[in-house]
Structure formats: structure tokens, C-alpha cells
Write a protein that binds this ligand. Structure first.
Ligand code: 5GP
Length: 200
């Protein structure tokens, strides 16, 4: 690729839209993708593991990371802090890797300023009713938090225009296929592809 730099793929979308499931499926199917594990101050949900879904940290530890400029971006989301460790992303990009970030809109805006040629994908639910059913069905949040997350979802849907692509998550398999196609197309883009054909 041009400048020997990798490609940043940013996935956002309302809570409950299925970003986590999509990311897991993508990573299982695309061995050449590197997932950027975020840091969060929210509690660990059943089934989540330290260093796999997130690095779980206290607010004080998170604050230290901000002060030490260890985060590429960070945001407060529904009362908790979330951030992307800088080191891993920069290292992977320098090694010509494709890095997948699953972050909220506020974080994506910060990343876009630093990496305007990143690929920004917004996942939308087939309908708000389905989104609400998925949030309740997940059973991991209290009623208050679900209401807060639904309100946030409506707010976020206003910001879709700043993304490069919209993928509807009607069926996981179809959504994942679309994202894989986007990544393949972006890798072939004249703005990324080396404009010199190898001699041998
Ligand atoms: P959840 O608590 O459901 O795992 O995540 C809540 C929200 O935080 C989601 O919209 C998710 O995309 C976002 N998020 C996860 N990691 C990060 C991060 O590193 N930075 C930012 N800005 N948002 C994140």
C-alpha cells in the first residue's frame, strides 16, 4: 500500500445493533484483520474477559492513561469511559495491517481528524423496534440504562452522514459479507494501492 501504511476500519452504531457479534464474525473470517481492544471503566459483563472484549480499568486508571497520552481517542458513554490504546493501533498500521476499531460516534469523530483516510462504517438496525427488542433481550442492562441507550441511539442516527458506508444489520451473515466487501474494495482503491506494479 502507499506509504507502507495499513488501513483503519472504524465500526460504529447504536448499542444493541449487533456490533460485537459482527466484529467477532469478521475476525473469525478475516485472519488479516487486527482488532483494537478498548479500555473501559464499565463493569465486565458475564462472558467477557479482560484483554479480549476490553481492558477493564478504574476511573483513576483511565484518567492516568489520558494524562499519559496513551489513548488515541476516548469518550464518555452513558456514564462510563471508553478509549482506544494508541500503541497497538499505531504499531499495526506501521506494519501495514488492517485494524478494526469498534467505537462510538464521539470517538470516531476524533479518529477521523487523525486518520481522514480511514474507512468509517455505521451499522444500522432494520428498525427502532428491533433495536429496542434486542437491547431488552440481551438482559445485561437495567431499564434506566436501556432507556438511556435508546435515547442515545436516536441521537447517534443523526450523525450517519459523516460515515463512508452504512450497513444494515438485518442478518448477521449478510452484514458481515457487506463489510468484507467494503474492506476488499477499499484495499483496491487507487488512493491506497501501490501505483507501481512489481517487477517480479
Ligand atoms: P458497550 O458498553 O455496549 O460495550 O459499549 C458502549 C459503546 O461504547 C458502544 O457504542 C461502543 O462502540 C463504544 N466503545 C467501545 N469501545 C470504545 C472506545 O475505545 N472508544 C469509544 N469512543 N467508544 C467505544
Amino acid at each position: 500500500m502507499k506509504n507502507n501504511k495499513g488501513m483503519l476500519v472504524v465500526l460504529s452504531g447504536p448499542a444493541g445493533v449487533g456490533k460485537g457479534t459482527i466484529c467477532r464474525a469478521l475476525l473469525a473470517q478475516a485472519a488479516d484483520l487486527e482488532y483494537s481492544v478498548s479500555v473501559t471503566t464499565r463493569g465486565c459483563r458475564p462472558g467477557e474477559n479482560e484483554g479480549k472484549e476490553y481492558y477493564f480499568r478504574t476511573k483513576e486508571e483511565f484518567q492516568k492513561m489520558i494524562e499519559n497520552q496513551e489513548l488515541l481517542e476516548w469518550a464518555e458513554f452513558c456514564g462510563n469511559y471508553y478509549g482506544t490504546p494508541k500503541f497497538h493501533v499505531e504499531k499495526a498500521l506501521n506494519n501495514n495491517k488492517t485494524v478494526l476499531l469498534e467505537i462510538d460516534i464521539q470517538g470516531a469523530k476524533q479518529v477521523k481528524k487523525m486518520y481522514p483516510d480511514g474507512v468509517f462504517i455505521f451499522i444500522v438496525p432494520p428498525s427502532l423496534k428491533i433495536l429496542s427488542e434486542r437491547l431488552y433481550g440481551r438482559g445485561t442492562e437495567t431499564e434506566d440504562i436501556i432507556q438511556l441507550r435508546l435515547a442515545k441511539a436516536l441521537e447517534e442516527l443523526e450523525e450517519i452522514k459523516d460515515y463512508n458506508y452504512i450497513v444494515e444489520n438485518d442478518y448477521i451473515h449478510a452484514a458481515v459479507e457487506k463489510i468484507k466487501c467494503i474492506i476488499t474494495a477499499e484495499r483496491c482503491s487507487t488512493s491506497r494501492y501501490p501505483l507501481k506494479i512489481k517487477e517480479e
